[in-house]
Design a protein around this ligand. Sequence first.
Ligand code: UDX
Ligand code: UDX
Ligand code: ADP
Length: 472
Amino acid sequence: MVKICGIGAGYVGGPTMAVIALKCPSIEVAVVDISHSRISAWNSDKLPIYEPGLEEVVKQCRGKNLLFSTDVEKHISEADIIFVSVNTPTKSGGLGAGKAADLTYWESAARMVADVSKSNKIVVEKSTVPVRTAEAIEKILTHNSSKGVKFQILSNPEFLSEGTAIQDLIKPDRVLIGGRDGPEGQEAILKLKGIYDHWVPEDRIITTNLWSAELSKLADNAFLAQRISSINAMSALCEVTGAEVSQVSHALSKNTKIGPKFLNASVGFGGSCFQKDILNLVYICESNGLIEVANYWKQVIKVNDYQKSRFVNRVVSSMFNTVSGKKIAVLGFAFKKDTSDTRKTPAIDVCKGLLGDNACLSIYDPKVSEEQILKDLSLSSAATTTVKQVNIVRDAYEATKDAHGICILTEWDEFKTLDYQKVFDNMQKPAFVFDGRNILNVDKLREIGFIVYSIGRPLHQWQDNMPQPQQA
Ligand code: UDX
Ligand code: UDX
Ligand code: ADP
């Protein structure tokens, strides 16, 4: 029986290993992590991450061929194939601070593999890493391992999206496996391919050299983020010209050279990957003297930051240039719908911007905990009880009651079907809606009486005798 060990039980490692266990009943999959609380959550009824369909998969396999453990050494030493899905955040200090990937966790995982391995292993890079990380990992493995143990390193980047992780894993667009050119490298590629062959059609499994696989993952995220910044840049132009960004997206989507996906204008992209991977790409370019290329990719992040601050400016300027002391309902805090993840969510910057203008925020998200929101806003829970500048509430009606304005920051389905007449009746007047995800029917809201700002739509021309919202 082939044994697999997954190091890192996070957003990538947890779901990926669970689906491998599901699809390969003959393979024993152990997921290990240094975090005791994470592992005990994986072993409980309340999993540490929310992902549609994940619970069912885990329940089906846990205790059979899927186990979660903190005994990292034991499971590494028993495994034939080791998937490494540890976190690779942006470095916060030292050389490359703010741009380069921090490989501390990766290095410590690799050292552990080297220390405890007594038989040959295939080590698979799952987490996104800078190009040529495999080379560094190989050095650590070969220089630290006991005599005679051989390692083959493969790059098998994960392309799942949060919120649709299980679906993406079960029916991937493609599986990418990069390995060394020699016979041993090719043999390792075939072994890993043999696992995916259980459920992925052969023509979807692409094999490349190590460096192409590593760079393809960074390129993938950079291209996706670039599309969002491109449509968001267009949204700013739409607002001042009278074009509608959804109409522009629709027209673009019909061009087969462009395609239909990732064309939704928004308050900005978030998530743990896009910004981190672009910064990483920028750092690699700069380190290799490719300054023009670095500047090209940097602009994707600049436009994203601009989109978030443009949104805050629009809220403040529309509400007569002041939100001081005004209650603003924030609907949605996760970086996208169907996830509880808030890493790099645009909601953090928008909320901080509004708090900077002394707004009082009433925040509701169906899946994000109060504790997480307060942590992200660098507030202690005392802030909610004493200062009352931020309140985390349990539903959208409570959040919007007596509010002056509503900011939609995550596209949760339930926000589309709220009773907006009821919401309007309970709000201060004039009642504003700022739709940062373009999910609401603007005409209907305007009929009810709301003043509506929707990303990339011509501004609401309301009563002539009232001050017009200024251009942000
Ligand atoms: C373009 C648009 O494709 C078309 O929709 C529009 O109506 C007119 O402009 P055209 O300029 O005729 O059409 O050629 P196109 O095939 O788009 O190529 C434009 C340039 O890009 C060429 O120099 C081509 O060699 C180059 N190109 C195209 C690349 O370098 N790489 C590619 O992947 C595609
Ligand atoms: C992304 C990549 O899609 C995935 O391939 C990679 O493996 C990990 O990073 P993820 O971050 O989970 O996945 O979510 P994604 O759906 O890509 O959305 C990222 C951000 O872009 C979200 O904040 C989302 O709201 C935003 N977005 C996405 C838009 O603003 N407009 C769009 O059209 C699409
Ligand atoms: P991602 O979104 O990339 O999956 P996460 O932060 O959700 O990132 O998960 C990474 C996990 O890796 C964390 O649970 C962390 O505790 C774990 N981890 C980091 N370093 C090690 C290590 N050396 N051994 C085992 N687990 C590790």
